[in-house]
Design a protein around this ligand. Sequence first.
Ligand code: FAD
Length: 285
Amino acid sequence: MKPAAFTYLAPRTIDEALSQLADAGGDARILAGGQSLVPAMAYRLAQPSILVDVNGLTDAPPLAEEDGRLEIGPLVRHQDLRRLSPQRPLGALLSSMAEKVGPWPVRCRGTFCGSLAQADPASEWALAVVALDVNLTLESRQDGPRSVPASEFFAGVMATTAREDEMMTAATIAELPGATRWGFSEFGRRTGDYATVLALALYELKGGRMTRVRIATGGAEAVPRRLSEVEEALEGSAPSKPRFLQAAELAAEIIDPLEDYQADALYRRDLVRSMVLRALQQTTR
Ligand SMILES: Cc1cc2nc3c(=O)[nH]c(=O)nc-3n(C[C@H](O)[C@H](O)[C@H](O)COP(=O)(O)OP(=O)(O)OC[C@H]3O[C@@H](n4cnc5c(N)ncnc54)[C@H](O)[C@@H]3O)c2cc1C
C-alpha cells in the first residue's frame, strides 16, 4: 500500500512547527525519524492530512551535558546516545541501552523523543525515562512549555497524555551519582526487534548496602513502570543472590501482564522474573 495523500510542511523553527500544529486542529502529525510513523502511514494505519517534518529545525536543542544534567532535544537519534561517554554511570547506561534499540539503520534515523511519543510499552527509552524520573518538556503555541514527569506521560499502549498540538522539545535527565550500580536486561525473539520484556535495576551502594533502589519493567504491562514493592523489599539490604531471587519472584507476582501474540500472561511473568533477576545480577559485575 501507499500512504494516503497529505500536505508536507517543513518548519525551520520550533515556533513555526508549533503554529503549524495548532493551525491543523489535531489533523497533523510530527515527522521525526519516521521509523514508526512512515510504516504506519504506508499501511494506512495512520492517515494524517498534514505532516510537520521537524528534521530541518534550526533551533532544536542538541544533546548536551551540563550542570549535572543531560538534555536530549527532539532530533537526537538513538545512535547519538550510543556515543555517550561510558566513564559516568548515566552515559554507560544509556549507551548500553541504545545498542538494543532496533537494527542499526533504525538507530541512525529514529529519535529519542519520537520513541517516547510513540509510547510502545517495550521501548527502551520509555523504560529508561520512567526508571530515571525524567522530566519531559512539551510545548504548544497556546500554552508554551510545560514539564511532565515521565511517570505521568504514558497513558496506555501507544497512548500518551500529550495533546495533539504539543511537541516534545526536550527530555532532561539528572546525572547519576558515581556510586550508582545499574543493570539492564531484555528478551526479544530476534535481534533488532522490539523486546518482549525489559528490566532495569539501579541503586547506590553505600556501606555495602543498596539505597535509592529503582526497579522498572517495560513490555510487561501496558506502560513501563517502577515496581515500588520490589524497590522497598531491596532497600537497605546488601546485594546478594538470595535477595535478588526474592525480588525477581516478587516482580513476577505483582505485575499485571499484557497478553498478545508474542506472549501470554504466564510467559510474560516468567520473563519478568528472569529479566529482573538478570538486571540485578548485572549490578554486581
Ligand atoms: C525494524 C524496526 C525495529 C525497531 N525496534 C525498536 C526497538 O527495539 N526498540 C524501540 O524502542 N524502538 C524500535 N523501533 C522504533 C524506533 O525506535 C522509532 O525510531 C521510534 O519508535 C520512533 O521514533 P522516530 O523518531 O522514528 O519517530 P516517527 O516515526 O517520526 O514518529 C513516531 C510518532 O511520534 C510522534 N513524534 C515524533 N517526534 C515527536 C516529538 N518531538 N514530539 C511529539 N511527537 C513526536 C510522531 O508524530 C508519531 O506519532 C523499531 C523500528 C523499526 C522499523
